[in-house]
Design a binder for this molecule. Structure first.
Ligand SMILES: Nc1nc2c(ncn2[C@@H]2O[C@H](COP(=O)(O)OP(=O)(O)OP(=O)(O)O)[C@@H](O)[C@H]2O)c(=O)[nH]1
Ligand SMILES: [Mg+2]
Ligand SMILES: [Zn+2]
Length: 329
């Protein structure tokens, strides 16, 4: 399958279709000319014509979007957004229990909240996690369900199955155990898995495609390749939800524009001092906010430049039109 094709699960009316809709996967062609359609991604709904050509991309209810940046420190760095999965209802943010990185959880949560889907933090490989502190993870994920599971021993799998809703997408670093978990949820070894590297426990990027499958209990599951980078893209709201504790503390600060760097009556610093809020979390909040603003400024810049170019092109076009008409007269 190349970039001019895609697999579509098409509902099929069967003999018993009144009680049940079955789906068949068909290979469909993508039109070359439509950039909207060629930008379609796993989880999208499309309309096909009789020749199995994709004719329309239906509006997305939710979308997990990250920034894909080339050449970060380069002044000519181009920013672009990449949709990881569309129409997702539940995002399983997967983190290996034997290597928990709270900052990484917060970053992925910002993306997950921003998508419009409901995030669940899944701490995987609980059987290998000796000094795991779920409370620490919970403090980094206010408002989100946090579960520890082990696909190996079955620990926590029942609870996880119970919170799954609609279309479920697994995201997380390589080696987190996403495909192993996907197989456990699907009840069969659909996806390839691979042992992590001995030394640093990092994965080997075993999964290379995003793939959608039907879950036995209803709903669908999307497995994704391990994330190498999780750049934020227009995620101010997602950051706000990820750090809802800091945002509500900020509302208690004496000054409305408090920078939480030493102003009198600062509720955020008071919370850090009393041990309610970890300093790490405030640092993380600042870092992600700065990064998001930087990305927004780059994007605006790029969009502005693009619009200017388009406008100039239009003027040129108009002038040429005038000239030609003038000649014809
Ligand atoms: N002990 C233990 N090992 C697990 C568990 N879940 C996954 N693993 C192991 O972790 C390794 C990586 O699992 P994968 O499922 O391939 O990880 P992934 O997140 O899909 O990785 P990529 O496809 O590279 O993104 C494999 O060797 C799994 O057997 C678990 O619950 N317990
Ligand atoms: Mg995988
Ligand atoms: Zn303050």
């Amino acid at each position: 399958m190349d970039r001019s094709e895609c697999d579509v699960a098409a509902p099929l009316p069967t003999a018993d279709y009144q009680s049940r809709l079955t789906a068949a996967v068909v290979r469909a062609r993508l039109p070359r000319s439509d950039s909207d359609i060629s930008g379609l991604c796993t989880g999208d709904w499309v309309a096909l014509d009789g020749n199995r050509e994709v004719r329309q991309l239906l509006p997305r209810r939710t979308a997990i979007v990250r920034a894909a940046v080339s050449g970060h420190s380069d002044s000519r760095a181009r920013s672009a957004d990449q949709v990881l999965a569309a129409n997702v209802d539940t995002v399983l943010v997967c983190v290996p229990g034997d290597n928990v990185d709270l900052g990484r959880i917060e970053r992925m949560l910002a993306l997950a909240w921003e998508s419009g889907a409901n995030p669940v933090v899944v701490v995987t490989k609980a059987d290998l996690a000796e000094d795991l502190s779920l409370d620490e993870v919970r403090a980094a994920a206010p408002g989100a369900t946090v579960l520890a599971i082990s696909a190996s021993t079955g620990l926590g799998m029942e609870v996880l199955t119970a919170v799954l809703d609609g279309t479920v997408a697994l995201i997380g670093p390589s080696g987190a155990g996403k495909s192993t978990l996907a197989n456990a949820l699907l009840g069969s070894d659909v996806f390839a898995t691979n042992a992590v590297r001995e030394g640093d426990k990092r994965g080997r990027h075993t999964t290379v495609h995003r793939e959608l499958r039907a879950l036995p209990g209803g709903g669908t599951l999307i497995d994704t390749p391990g994330l190498r980078s999780v750049g934020l893209w227009d995620a101010a709201e997602g950051i706000g939800r990820t750090f809802s504790d800091i945002e509500s503390l900020s509302a208690e600060c004496r000054f409305g524009d408090c920078s939480h760097t030493g102003e009198p009556g600062c509720a955020v610093l008071a919370a850090i001092k009393s041990g309610v809020l970890p300093q790490r979390r405030l640092d993380s909040y600042r870092k992600l906010t700065r990064e998001n603003e930087w990305m927004a400024s780059r994007t605006d810049h790029r969009l502005r430049a693009e619009r200017e170019r388009a406008f100039k092109g239009m003027i040129k076009e108009q002038r040429r039109g005038y000239k030609e008409r003038g000649r014809r007269r």
